[in-house]
Design a protein around this ligand. Structure first.
Ligand code: IPE
Ligand code: IPE
Ligand code: MG
Length: 247
């Protein structure tokens, strides 16, 4: 066990990348320009996270609710996603980063699905670093999808209703093979979950920063980790109990 004061690198950081629109508005630019700059931040942050030793990074890129945005913005975002995947493939392979997705990706445009499959396939053997993109993701949709799959397994006889438990249910979530986030970061000053990983963040530490996503950099990531290191994760126990466990 590390001593009380030793800095710990979270194994998994999940980020709600927010503030692209406001970044653009502040500069009198179209919202899509903010998203373009946001894509550059993704590369910077994924590289920085790896350099810091963070094994999993999950980025909330498109929510199930985001389809309700103006058509032009939605198609612009899909175009950027396609561009990002094409551009990042070599970088991910070079750095041995595996790509995973969570969300209903089967409802994304066909060209985006093709690129996603290509990048996932090309990076599937990498085990050290994982980038998870939340695409057409909603926590409530995830729970509904998992409940449906769980019920189907009960019907098929591969699960027993009497064995129903959180641990068994969690195997049907999109995140079945992904550890829970240790740290959740949201940029842009908003302090809400916006339907992101509601179950998986039950015991995640949360850090909210006013920095807009296009301005977020390695120093901001480090600052969030420093804040994380000041927290005591108690999981319902008392400080005294934790001290006796870590001895
Ligand atoms: C986050 O930035 C990106 C997506 C939700 C796709 P926003 O577009 O939400 O930026 P703001 O919140 O309007 O500033
Ligand atoms: C959450 O941001 C979704 C993503 C970052 C992809 P939003 O900007 O959509 O969230 P709200 O609407 O402010 O809650
Ligand atoms: Mg927003």
């Amino acid at each position: 066990m590390p001593s009380e004061n030793s800095a710990q690198i979270p194994q998994h950081i999940a980020i709600i990348m927010d503030g692209n629109g406001r970044w653009a508005k502040q500069r009198g630019l179209p919202r899509l320009e903010g998203h373009r700059r946001g894509v550059e931040t993704v590369r910077t942050v994924v590289d920085a996270a790896r350099e810091l030793g963070i094994r999993y990074i999950t980025l909330y890129a498109f929510s199930v609710e985001n389809w309700k945005r103006p058509t032009e913005e939605v198609s612009g975002l899909m175009g950027l996603l396609d561009y990002f995947l094409k551009r990042e493939l070599n970088n991910l392979i070079k750095n041995k980063v595996r790509l995973l997705t969570i969300g209903r990706t089967d409802q994304l445009p066909a060209n985006v699905q093709r690129e996603l499959n290509r990048v996932k396939e090309a990076t599937k053997e990498f085990t050290e670093w994982t980038l998870v993109l939340a695409l057409n993701y909603g926590a409530r949709t995830e729970v509904a999808d998992a409940a449906k799959a769980y019920a189907a397994a009960v019907q098929a006889g591969t699960e027993k209703l009497d064995d129903a438990s959180w641990e068994n249910f969690a195997r049907y979530l999109y995140t079945a093979d992904i550890p829970e986030p240790d740290l959740l970061v949201r940029t842009s000053g908003e302090q809400r979950m916006s339907n992101f990983l509601l179950m998986q963040c039950a015991y995640s530490e949360m850090v909210f920063t006013p920095v807009l996503w296009p301005d977020f950099g390695k120093d901001d990531l480090q600052a969030a980790i420093d804040e994380y290191n000041k927290r005591e994760r108690r999981y319902g126990l008392t400080t005294e109990q934790l001290k006796s466990v870590s001895k």
